[in-house]
Write a protein that binds this ligand. Structure first.
Ligand code: NAD
Length: 454
């Protein structure tokens, strides 16, 4: 971590308009070695890619550029994404890989060590459990589950088969959140009793009004398999592209966005259980389109042992993602690609305003006496300067998260975001929806492993 002068900072980040409070530092990214020209086949981690849609195409492009990592096959139910997968792979390696509609082909393939899966949420549990049972490791996108019981099935399958399961909430590998955790754990901001986590979007794209691929048809998409164990439905390109908005396949705002915010909170605060209680309010205000099930605004107050967290996401107003850890001695704030710390000493810095209610003589005496008691000798004042830490330009937390996964596969080190962690944040998302739809407090029942209406 290097200290930066303001001029250096401007030069390195091009942040001409940035407001700098206190000192600024540039964080160093994790040391991922450069890709060697040739890695011996015995040293390579070989993965199969399942789901090459919006997220999967990005994960594929990042993974194949990591040193010693090779994609050997790709799977999707839509043939257009076989073409996409090979265009991504060919650009980076000048080679192509076999493609299939059946992920079971990848599980049967002895050349494949592990799977990277980026499929809609209603498919996560089955693919993770099948992969573990086939003796392979898996990186599966967030949120870990679509329904609560699935989380415990995934944990059992991972433990029984001694498999690495990593969930794809990239904040868990972010150097920014690691710094926030270090600052909070150092005690520099005292006791954190409240966290605010907010973000917003305000565009059709932000509200999941995604344009389906124009050529999508029952001929080039296996629609029946895409539905999985969801209720039968006629072929529908809108559902294919905008699945997040429907209860049968996704979890709306909590599963899509809260999960990232909860990941940051659980990581920084060292949370190892689901929230105890959740209370949500929200509504459908701007995006009541496509007969979708989920509201476009949700705010949830979570109750954790020792602190509360207020999580608010709207699709009706754009706002940066900002999380504030509010401590008794200061604030740690994560915003954009930075984390800052500011301090509070918790003391009065002037006679308390209450004395304006005193008669004038008493007021004057109180002020005189207060000032005498609080006089600071010149040169003895202690100040704690605010500090901001920036990620380096071009920093990519997805890349670090994937690298952590492949390193776990290689070394058998436990994954940074294993199924217990993924299950806890996913349960937090399900509790938010449960509270919203039942219009009452949701309570986590640990003994019964179920959400109850309180
Ligand atoms: N970590 C992040 O920041 C982030 C961002 C976006 C999406 N995601 C997650 O990634 C996952 C995928 O989201 P997306 O936006 O890329 O969805 P998408 O609809 O764009 O792509 C999903 C792909 O999976 C394929 N698919 C579905 N079921 C399949 C099956 N059984 N076998 C093989 N292929 C199957 C579909 O045909 C589709 O091409 C979701 O879990 C989502 O929550 C994570």
């Amino acid at each position: 971590m290097k200290h930066l002068s303001r001029r250096d900072f401007m030069k390195r980040t091009g942040a001409a308009g940035a407001t700098l409070a206190g000192k600024s530092y540039l964080l160093e990214a994790a040391a991922i070695p450069p890709a060697p020209a040739r890695t011996p086949p015995s040293d390579r981690i070989r993965f199969g890619m399942v789901g090459i849609g919006m997220q999967g195409s990005g994960l594929l492009g990042l993974s194949i550029r990591l040193p010693g990592v090779q994609c050997v096959a790709a799977c999707d139910l839509y043939d257009g994404r076989h073409v996409l997968a090979n265009s991504i792979i060919e650009r980076a390696t000048r080679k192509t890989v076999p493609t299939t509609r059946r992920y079971q082909d990848l599980l049967d393939n002895k050349e494949i060590d592990c799977i990277v899966a980026a499929v809609p949420d209603h498919w996560h549990a089955k693919i993770v459990v099948d992969t573990c049972n086939a003796g392979k490791d898996i990186y599966c996108e967030k949120p870990m589950t679509h329904k609560v019981p699935e989380g415990f099935e995934i944990i059992d399958a991972a433990e029984k088969n001694h498999r690495v399961v990593q969930i794809g909430s990239q904040r868990r590998s972010s150097i920014i959140y690691a710094k926030a955790k270090e600052l909070v754990e150092s005690g520099a901001i005292g006791d954190v009793r409240l966290i605010e986590d907010t973000m917003g979007r305000n565009s059709p794209c932000g509200a999941w009004v995604y344009p389906p691929p124009p050529d999508l048809s029952p001929e080039n998409l296996d629609w029946k398999t895409w539905l999985g164990d969801a209720p039968p439905h006629v072929f529908d390109p809108i559902r294919f592209a905008r699945w997040r908005a429907y209860k049968s396949y996704g979890e709306g705002i909590p599963g899509d966005l809260y999960v990232h915010l909860l990941t940051g909170i659980h990581y920084v605060m060292g949370v190892e259980n689901p929230p105890e209680r959740a209370y949500s309010l929200g509504g459908m205000f701007q995006w009541d389109v496509d007969h979708r099930d989920y509201p476009d605004q949700m705010s949830t107050l979570y109750d954790y042992p020792g602190f509360r967290a207020l999580v608010r996401v709207t699709l009706d107003n754009h706002a940066d993602e900002v999380v504030r850890f509010l401590g008794t001695r200061g604030t740690v704030e994560v915003r954009d690609e930075s984390v800052s710390i500011s301090h509070q000493d918790g003391k009065n810095h002037a006679p308390c305003y209450y004395i304006s209610s005193y008669p004038p003589k008493l007021h004057a005496e109180y002020v005189k006496e207060w000032e005498a008691r609080h006089r600071t000798e010149p040169g003895t004042a202690s100040t704690t300067e605010a500090m901001t830490y920036y990620a380096p330009p071009g920093y990519n937390e997805d890349r670090d998260h994937l690298w952590n996964f492949f390193q776990s596969v290689r070394t058998r080190r436990p994954s940074v975001e294993g199924p217990h962690f993924g299950n806890n944040t996913a349960i937090g998302c399900h509790m938010a929806n449960d509270s919203y739809f039942h219009q009452t407090m949701a309570r986590w029942d640990e003994a019964e492993r179920a959400i109850r209406s309180a």
